[in-house]
Structure formats: C-alpha cells, structure tokens
Design a protein around this ligand. Structure first.
Ligand code: MSP
Length: 682
C-alpha cells in the first residue's frame, strides 16, 4: 500500500543467482538492506524494499542440464530456499522478483525494443571472451593472466556469435558529466574513483544478446537471440514496480530508486551499464549506488571452489537471526571488507546482546517487580545522574539517526551500545538495592525515579535497535508492558519521558541467551602447513581477530597454497581511528609468569599462571609452537586483564598475553624488562 503523504524510499538488494545456495556473504548484503529499510520505516518514510532472483543465463542452463531437469525446475527449487532463508533471517522485503516472472519478461522486452527503436541497439558479431560464472564479457586487453576473468580470477571462454550491441560508447561523456554533477551517486568514494578511471579508459559497446543457448528472455524482434543476462537482470529494479501495468502507482511512487545496495564486484554493472541503459531510454537514474565490501574468511572471499563457504542456516538455527544480524552489522564498517570468525561472533553476541542489553532488561524488570509490584511511576529527572542519562539518551537518538542516514550502521550501533553501557552504569551509581532498604526519607521516591529512568531508557533503546535485531526488540516493549511497538517511530523516542505513569511490566524469558564459547578446533595440518597459515591462534584464544576455525569452514590452514590472500598477505593498513576512551577501557598491565605448562592433547596451547599485581590469574595462550614452557617462567609480559573469560580445552582462561606476529608466521611475546607486575600500560 502506498502512502502519498509520507516521503517515499525505495531500496533494493542485487537479485541473487540461483547457481547455488546462498551463503553468509549474501546474507550480509540482504541484512544491510533490511536494516536500512526498517530504519527508514521507523524514520517515517513510506518504504519499498525489493529483493529477488536472477535466473537466466548460460551458467544456470548448464547446471540444470547436468542435473537432467529444466532450468525453471532447478531455479524454482533454489529460489524456494532463498525465500526460506529470508524468512528465518526476518527480512522484511515488500516484494520478491524473479526474472522468470512474466511481469519482468514483458518489461525487459519492452525496454530492449525501445533502445532498438531509438537506434542504440544494433546487430553485429561478438568475438571475444566471456566469464560464464560472472556472466560478463571481456576484451583480450582486460583479461587476467592465462586468460582469466579480471574480476573473479576464473578461466574465461572464447565466444564467437551473432549478437546485438548496445551503444555504450555514445554515452561515455554524458556519464562522466553526470558523475561530476552527482558526486554522491557512487558510494563509497573510492569506488567512484575506480569507475571514473574505468570509463576514462574508453567504453566499448556492450554485447546485449546471445545465440548459443536459449535460457533467457527472447529478443522481441529476433527469435534467434536471448537478452544478455545483465541487461535482463538490471531491469528488475523497474519491472518489479509494474511500469506497464494499468495501475502505475507503484512505479510513479517509487522510481527512481533511492538506493541500490550492491557488493563491490558488481558496482561496475550498476553504476556504468545501468545508468547508461536508463539514459538511452530517457528514464530517471537511481539516486545512489552503494558498493559494500565482502564478508571474507581468513582474508579470502567465500567461494564454493575454495570450500570456505559458511552456510547461514545452521548459525541462525543455533544462535538466532538477531545474533547474526547484529554481529555482521556492528562488526563491519559499510564499504569495508569484514572477517567472519565464530569465536568473535559468539563473544560479541554474549557480551553485547546477552550481557549489556539482555541483562539490563532482566535487572530492570526484576527490580520493578520486586520493589514496586511491577508498576512504574512516572517521575521527573531531578536526582544525581538523571540529567546525564536523559541528555545522553536524547543525544544518542540524534547521533544514531545521523549515522543511519549516512549508512554508517556500525557507528549508529556503537552510539546505542554506549548508551546501553551508560544505563548499566546508572544502576551501579544509583544503587537501587540500597535505596530499597529505605533507610532515609526520600529513598522510596528516589527508587521510583531510578526505576522510571531505567525503563524509559529501555523504551528508547528498543526502538533504536529494532532495525538490526527485529526479533528481540519488540520483546523489550512487551516486558515493559508497552503496546504498539510495530508502529513506533523514531519521533516517539526523541524526547525523554514518553513512558506513561502506571505502566505495568510483564516479566519474560531472557531475550538473548548466553552461549558457550566454541572450543578451539585445531587445524589438521597445523604443524606442517606454514604457507597460507595465519598465526591467528595466539589471538584466537582471546576470541579477537581469530581465524575461522569453526568446523563449518575449512580455514586457510587447510587450503595451503590455494589461499592467495593467506600466502601473499601484506602488512595491513592502519585501522580506523578510535577515541582515547575506547583505548582506556582496556586494562593492560605487566604480569609475571609464575608457571607455564603445555595443555594436554593440544598442539598449540600453553597454560600460564601469572602474577598480575593484585592476584594470580590463569591464562591459556596458543603459542606453544613458539616457546617452550620453561623459557616463559619468570618473563614479564604485557597482559590484557579485563577480557571476558573463556573456556579453552576445558580450562577457564582469564585475559590475554599480548604478542606481535608477522605474516611469515613469526611470533614474539611482548616483554617488559624491569617494571613490577601490576604496572599499567597506557
Ligand atoms: N545476479 C547478480 C546480481 C544482479 S543485480 C541486477 C549477482 N548475483 S550473486 O548472487 O552472485 O551476488 C549477489 C550479491 O551478493 C552481490 O552484491 C555480491 O557482492 C554479494 N555477495 C556475494 N558474496 C559475498 C560476500 N562474500 N560478501 C558480501 N557480499 C557478497 O551478482
């Protein structure tokens, strides 16, 4: 249903190839779009969110033929799997377009005919190279070494066939002018520069039909040809809006799209070919194309051929869709690549969802029940710490909105989690359990105020986190006893004090459970396979920057020389700036090794007992390949004391010993010569 009173917002994901099951990288892409769509709805926009499937082309035809079924039988089965995945990921798309839908086919034929009629499509012969997995044409000059696709590195095929061509070259100058006049059209900026370089090198006319197979949409005026799969696929963004229907309201309301969200390797198709097709057809261009980075495993893009594909379904079944969504969106800065590792995932889910958010809710509801029979009394913000909390709440909504509007989703989440942290601290500062003893006059009124502040903070937090964790967020309002969460808008939480007097909380189950940390699984060839192996184990024990030794995904260690990125790792660029306060949260100190021994049945782990100044601590560290236990005793190391504990091979490990490593697999524990244990590192 369109609502013409509100501003419209049309967002799309790429339509996915049903050449295989979708993996966690595709899930990442769709989760980003879903989060933006949900945010825009809360921000008051009339949103249309489209995803779908890209079903034609030589690649699909070959797979189906090998299986002895028709291409449509094959794609229908796989597409049912896509739909199931989006359902369990809680994806809120308004439409799902298949390029095999009749509604799509007729629009492709109509636009192809129009481009032909206006003289931008002409007949010729294509002689050149084709990457079938990517469905892309390449000239000899642009190919990679040994006739490989410069995008994906796989072998290309030589093709020679009659074809129609689209006059891309004619539009190069107009395209450059458009990009100059619309500097924000391609995001992030680095991708914009790449595309400008690409066009400046010269645009060739694009082959837009094929004759050597028939799994595609027929060229309307020549039955021997099927439309090139990318020409076909890009049209989905318009065909889904029914531009040829009697009722054109969707098309009129939502085209041009506000955002095409796409992975970085298909930015070229979306920012060069698609706008030029639209220029030729005299149609408005989309407002923005954002090229997000890839989700990678040990520095390598996931792919079936590398065998490092992570299936999202078992992860969702075990940890829930909110956990996966939260991790992907908070961990990766949109536009950059991000590394998925199971230990890091579980650690973030435990600390941010179960501890920070989940516990805040549990504690608040339990205290309101215990102290006030579940009833919240509305109060003013007059006590110590109240104004601080209120100010931060209102500022957080503003910062969150600014970041979400600029698609800096991880920063938006960070701002919210800082507010969650502040609210947890408010409990420690106000000490409701002391107030509950009612030792002084005014304690009861203060206790009511503290409870109101906690509940109101949670009311606001729920609306802010809803786009990312749409399964858990409504439960926050349910437990607070507030109705109408589905319709709640950002406007409802901009100002403090929306929670009504007399609201009655309803205790429920914890919204996010804690999970056991996955045991470290040792790589099968750990002792011998040097090449391609990252010295991640030392950090893996701390759960940060760990390689994905998950069991589901063979790691770089198992792939040896096949792993390009692992073997040729370069010194990584400097990470994004952090604030001093972020650093100051780390408790880094000098610790002295009191004892050290190998962990039984482990090739990598050493168990340490450390004197950390105030007490003794047990730490398990994956550095056994580098040091003998005896040589560690008496050494003074730098130790991260406030890392959440975790169990490794059955031993509870507290904190982490810092080491430095290079990409030739060398590791050195950082050491201090003369300072005493407990000295601070800052
Ligand atoms: N069918 C084309 C898109 C046509 S849009 C008119 C296609 N399909 S795809 O299934 O190969 O990829 C779809 C999207 O998934 C792309 O945006 C791609 O970047 C994204 N991803 C595939 N693997 C990915 C990761 N490992 N990480 C993040 N996104 C990834 O291209």
């Amino acid at each position: 249903m369109t609502d013409t009173k509100r501003k419209s917002y049309y967002i799309t994901t790429p339509i996915y190839y049903p050449s295989a099951k979708l993996h966690i990288g595709h899930t990442y892409c769709t989760a980003i779009a879903d989060t933006i769509a949900r945010f825009k709805r809360r921000a008051g926009y009339d949103v249309r969110f489209l995803t779908g499937s890209d079903e034609h082309g030589q690649k699909i035809e070959r797979i189906a033929k090998d299986m002895g079924i028709t291409p449509l039988e094959y794609t229908t089965k796989i597409v049912d799997g896509f739909k199931h995945l989006w359902e369990i990921m809680n994806i809120s798309n308004d439409d799902f377009i298949r390029t095999t839908d009749k509604r799509h086919e007729k629009v492709v034929q109509d636009l192809f005919q129009k481009a032909y009629d206006n003289g931008d499509i002409y007949k010729g012969k294509y002689t050149g190279w084709y990457c079938t997995p990517d469905e892309s044409f390449w000239t000899e000059q642009k190919l990679g070494p040994n006739h490989t696709c410069p995008d994906c590195g796989r072998p290309v095929e030589r093709i020679e066939e009659d074809a129609y061509f689209f006059k891309m070259s004619k539009y190069a100058d107009r395209w450059l002018q458009f990009i100059e006049e619309n500097p924000d059209f391609i995001q992030p900026e680095s991708r914009r520069n790449e595309m400008i370089q690409f066009v400046k090198q010269g645009l060739e006319d694009l082959c837009v039909s094929r004759t050597s197979f028939d799994w595609g949409i027929q060229v309307p005026f020549d039955k021997e040809h099927v439309v090139y799969v990318w020409f076909d696929a890009l049209v989905n963004y318009i065909s889904a809006l029914g531009p040829l229907d009697d009722d054109k309201s969707l098309y009129e309301r939502f085209w041009p799209a506000d955002l095409h969200l796409v992975g970085k390797e298909i930015v070229r198709f979306h920012t060069i070919i698609w706008p030029i097709m639209l220029m030729s057809l005299g149609l408005p261009l989309p407002k923005k194309v954002f090229g997000h980075g890839w989700l990678i495993v040990d520095g390598t893009k996931m792919s079936k051929s590398l065998g490092n594909v992570i299936d999202p379904i078992p992860l969702i079944e075990t940890y829930g869709s909110d956990a996966l969504r939260y991790y992907l969106l908070s961990e990766i800065h949109l536009g950059n690549d991000g590394n998925f590792t199971l230990p890091n995932f579980v650690q973030r889910v435990n600390s941010d969802l179960a501890n920070d958010l989940g516990n805040l809710l549990n504690r608040t509801i339990a205290m309101i029940e215990k102290y006030h029979g579940g009833i919240i009394t509305k109060t003013a913000s007059e006590g110590p710490y109240d104004t601080d909390l209120v100010k931060l709440a209102e500022q957080t909504v503003k910062d969150y909105e600014t970041y979400m509007e600029s698609y800096e989703l991880n920063k938006a989440l960070k701002a919210v989690w800082q507010f969650i942290g502040r609210t947890n601290k408010y409990i420690d500062e106000t000490m409701p359990w002391i107030l509950a003893k009612k030792q002084q006059a005014g304690d009861e009124a203060r206790l009511q105020a503290v409870m109101y502040h906690l509940a109101e903070a949670l009311r606001i937090i729920a609306v802010l986190v809803a786009p990312v964790i749409p399964t858990g967020a409504p439960k926050i309002w349910e437990q607070l006893g507030i109705s109408g969460f589905a319709e709640a808008k950002l406007d409802d939480v901009r100002t403090w004090g929306g929670l009504h007097d007399g609201t009655k909380v309803v205790k429920g189950a914890p919204i996010y459970p804690r999970f056991d940390m996955p045991e470290m699984i040792e790589a099968p060839q750990a002792d011998t396979a040097k090449e391609g192996a990252k010295p991640a184990d030392a950090s893996a024990v701390a759960g940060k920057g760990a390689s994905a030794t998950t069991g589901e995904s063979p790691t770089a260690e198992g792939q040896g020389a096949d792993n390009k990125a692992g073997a040729e790792q370069e010194i990584p660029p400097i990470k994004e700036n952090i604030e001093y306060d972020d650093f100051a949260r780390l408790d880094l100190r000098v610790a002295e090794v009191i004892s050290c021994e190998k962990v039984k049945k482990s090739k990598k782990l050493l168990k340490f007992v450390l004197n950390v100044g105030v007490e003794e601590r047990t730490v398990v560290s994956g550095i056994s390949q580098y040091y003998e236990p005896e040589e560690m005793i008496g050494k003074k190391v730098i130790y991260l004391a406030n890392l959440a504990p975790k169990k490794l091979m059955g031993i509870e490990s507290y904190g982490m010993i810092l080491s430095a490593f290079d990409f030739a697999d060398n590791l050195e524990v950082t050491q201090i010569q003369s300072l005493i244990p407990g000295s601070l590192v800052k």
